[in-house]
Structures are given as structure tokens and as C-alpha cells.
Design a protein around this ligand. Structure first.
Ligand SMILES: [Zn+2]
Length: 216
């Protein structure tokens, strides 16, 4: 899943309005933000395998540190713990931890059974990616709902708050379509550098959020 994770981050603003959108995006995307780092370090592997699912042409050969359920629970505790240490906001910390776990749950719906329960353990995945239409419908629907919730929860303070947000949403959608329908299937290193570029959305989300305020 790709924009579905952003949808969850946008929607979470309603539950924890004091937490910055950048932090929410970082939590919901945390596993995929770490993943390219582990790929480049040679600790995890992915392989181009066109046709392995109808939607995604990648074989996630091994990613125990970023995408095994046991490791994800550890990352969630760490993420929530660090946030609590800095902000002393229990509710925020809990929601951020749940956002980290939500990434795995959404991936569990979409991936074929390639997500380990623990490193070396049995692999699970419900395989939504075996349906192109199903994947697009679910993910775009989530994205529209998440965006609508964020728009309803906050209002803009200036033009950056509205233009910046709309650019953010449209750019994500365009990236999603480009990645989904690109005929070229990059090898591991190229994919990892591409995935690293997703970090740009974290400061971008902080920037938008600073130019918006919670509706009262
Ligand atoms: Zn993922």
C-alpha cells in the first residue's frame, strides 16, 4: 500500500489535533521510510518480479527488520516512547504507536503472503494486489476519506496552508499513479533510492500543518 498510509495519517489528525501532521505521516510511513535504508545496508532484499501480483511487480524477498509483525511492534513502542519523552502527551504517543502498526495491517491486506510474523517466522498477506481494480478502489477511497477528515479538522491560516496542502495531495496521487503504471521495474538499488525520496513528504507535511489550525 502507498497512499493508503498517508490517508491514515491525515485522518489521525482528528483524534490527536495537537500532533503535527509531519509526525503523523512519519509514524504511518515509518516502516517504508526505514526500508530503503535497510535495503541499501544490504540487510533486507527486494527483487523485480513482474507478474508476481497483478498490481505490484516486486518480490519482497526478505524484510524482517522493517516488516515483520514482531519488529513492527518494537518500532511502534519506540516511536511512541520517543514522542512521549519529548512531548509528554500520552494520547499522542499511543496513537502514533498505533499508526506505526496500522502500516503493517494495511500491508497485510495488500501484500501476497510475504510479511513475516517474526524474523524467520510464517509469512502472511491477504493479496489485495492480485486485483488492480480492487487495489485502486480501496486505496483511492481511503485517500479521499483521509484527506476529507484532515480538511474538516483543520482550516488554513494563509495561502500556503491551502495551496501547500493541495499540492501535497495531488503530488502524492500523481506519484502513486506513476509508480503503479510505470512499465519499468527498477532493480533493488534504484528502488531503494526512489523510496528514500519519500522522506520529502515528512518536512512537507510539517510545513503545511504550521500554516493550518485546528477548527474549533
Ligand atoms: Zn510497507
Amino acid at each position: 500500500m502507498f497512499i493508503g498510509h498517508f490517508a491514515v495519517a491525515l485522518a489521525a489528525k482528528k483524534t490527536v489535533p495537537r500532533v503535527r501532521l509531519g509526525t503523523l505521516v512519519m509514524a504511518a510511513q515509518w516502516l517504508d521510510l526505514l526500508w530503503p535504508v535497510f535495503l541499501l545496508l544490504g540487510l533486507e532484499q527486494v527483487k523485480a518480479a513482474p507478474g508476481i501480483t497483478r498490481f505490484s511487480p516486486f518480490d519482497f524477498v526478505s524484510y524482517p527488520y522493517t516488516h515483520s509483525l514482531a519488529a513492527v511492534v518494537g518500532w511502534a513502542v519506540l516511536f511512541g516512547g520517543v514522542y512521549f519523552a519529548i512531548r509528554r502527551n500520552v494520547r499522542g504517543a499511543v496513537v502514533l504507536g498505533l499508526l506505526v502498526i496500522s502500516h503493517w495491517v494495511l500491508d497485510w491486506f495488500t501484500h501476497r503472503p510475504d510479511l513475516p510474523l517474526y524474523p524467520g517466522g510464517p509469512k502472511v498477506g491477504l493479496g489485495l494486489w492480485n486485483s488492480v481494480a480492487g487495489t485502486l478502489i480501496v486505496e483511492i477511497l481511503l485517500f479521499v476519506i483521509g484527506s476529507a477528515i484532515y480538511l474538516k479538522t483543520t482550516r488554513t491560516k494563509d495561502r500556503i496552508g491551502s495551496i501547500g496542502l493541495w499540492c501535497f495531495l495531488v503530488f502524492l496521487l500523481l506519484m502513486y499513479f506513476a509508480a503503479s503504471f510505470s512499465p519499468n521495474v527498477p532493480p533493488q538499488n534504484q528502488l531503494a533510492w526512489g523510496a528514500l525520496s519519500m522522506w520529502i513528504f515528512v518536512p512537507w507535511a510539517y510545513w503545511i500543518d504550521r500554516h493550518r489550525e485546528v477548527r474549533t
